[in-house]
Design a protein around this ligand. Structure first.
Ligand SMILES: *Cc1c(COP(=O)(O)O)cnc(C)c1O
Length: 377
């Protein structure tokens, strides 16, 4: 029954990654310079300037991963033992590992049932006198309600960090760039993200004190302009010159990558809406400004859908995660109470399709058609 056509491109092959001559030249330029460490070359500093310019923020700090970027942000914010950080249970472990690394406590707030992003009311209810920061993830490229979260954080005098690892150039419904409402926003260049240099991270901020703190934590607490003095505790989270040079080429491509993903997503949505009978999936209700890291759908029984689609050659994930973050052994003791909407999404209602700027219009039409076939069973 399942028809075998050309497999859809994935992020683990050239068809599913947008690399070209610029990336190749970048690697050779760094090799030929013989300076591969970010502390001594020009590429990492240039990438930071280009990132700050892309987002219209005063400063950007590069690092070795998205997880490192979040760790640098929380360390610069002064998060430490006894502090609490409120965040979502539906995210990559990289969102919470930095909280643990700082000896602080993760407090999980429940998410909205329709898109898996933090529910601002639940965040507010989770805030205590020990809360130091809220980390808001823009899940799958769709906007968390940062306007309300900003207002809540301001009222409580705590920091708002945006985790934009899945939301390169995403916008909220008013067209505001995701990553410009938080005190700090963090990005990832890992293999699976919109753009990649293998691994890598970036933080952006308008606050010069936070920027200085992040820069120190990224490089052993060492401001190299003043000699060999270690001002603060810091790690070596430096981005290498090879990574930075490739990341610069990728950064120039991210507008086109996001544009293509949006174009394909719009075609997909229109095709799904035309299906008769309707297949029993709900498209994301907030599609304006979405960056489409993946295509999240709502269904009644995500296991059935994921198996049906996979059997037909359409990569689909039941629920994105196997379990909410707090159900991982590494987080025992950090769970203040269940997050029922997160659990329902993961166990039953959330179906995630891989999405890629390398999908052709035919690929998109085939995915929609397959959805209709699985729905008709
Ligand atoms: C990928 C990801 C991270 C971690 O980034 P790495 O570069 O893999 O360390 C953090 N948060 C979210 C939401 C992610 O998707």
């Amino acid at each position: 029954m399942p028809q075998r056509e050309t497999p859809l491109p994935t992020v683990l092959e050239p068809r599913g990654r947008t690399f070209g001559e610029e990336e190749r030249a970048a690697v050779l330029r760094v090799l030929d310079s013989a300076v591969l460490c970010g502390a001594f070359g020009r590429e990492a500093r240039a990438l930071e300037s280009e990132m700050a310019a892309l987002y219209g923020r005063a400063e950007a700090v590069s690092s070795s991963s998205g997880t490192a970027a979040l760790h640098i942000a929380l360390a610069a914010a002064g998060v430490g033992p006894g502090d609490e950080v409120v965040t979502t249970p539906v995210s990559d472990f990289g969102t919470v590992a930095p909280v643990l690394a700082q000896g602080a406590r993760v407090v999980f707030a429940d998410v909205r049932a329709d898109d898996g992003n933090l529910d601002p009311a639940a965040v507010e209810a989770a805030i205590t006198p020990r809360t130091r920061a809220v980390v808001a993830v823009h899940l799958f490229g769709g906007a968390a309600d940062v306007a309300r979260l900003r207002e809540i954080c301001d009222r409580h005098g705590i920091l708002l960090v945006e985790d934009c690892a899945q939301a390169w150039l995403g916008e909220d419904e008013d067209g505001r760039l995701l990553g410009t409402a938080g005190d700090i926003a963090c990005f990832s260049l890992q293999q699976y993200k919109h753009i990649t240099a293998g691994d890598g991270g970036l933080c952006i901020t308008d606050d010069p004190e936070l920027a200085r703190g992040m820069r120190l934590f990224m490089d052993k607490g060492w401001d190299r302009s003043e000699g060999r003095i270690h001002r603060t505790m810091g790690l070596n989270y430096r981005m290498t010159e090879l990574v930075a040079a490739v990341a610069r080429a990728q950064l120039a491509r991210v507008p086109e990558v996001v544009r293509l993903r949006r174009e394909r997503a719009a075609r997909f949505a229109a095709a799904v809406e035309r299906l008769v009978p309707a297949p029993g999936v709900r498209l994301p209700s907030r599609r304006a400004g979405h960056a489409w890291w993946v295509m999240p759908l709502l269904v009644d029984d995500n296991s059935r859908w994921a198996h049906g689609l996979q059997d037909a050659g359409v990569p689909a994930l039941r629920g994105y995660l196997e379990r909410p973050l707090y159900a991982n052994p590494a987080l025992s003791g950090h769970h203040p109470g269940p997050c029922p909407r997160a659990e329902t999404l993961i166990d039953r209602t959330l179906l995630v399709l891989q999405w890629n700027e390398g999908y052709t219009e035919d690929d998109v039409d085939r995915i929609a058609r397959t959805l209709g076939e699985v729905g008709a069973r």
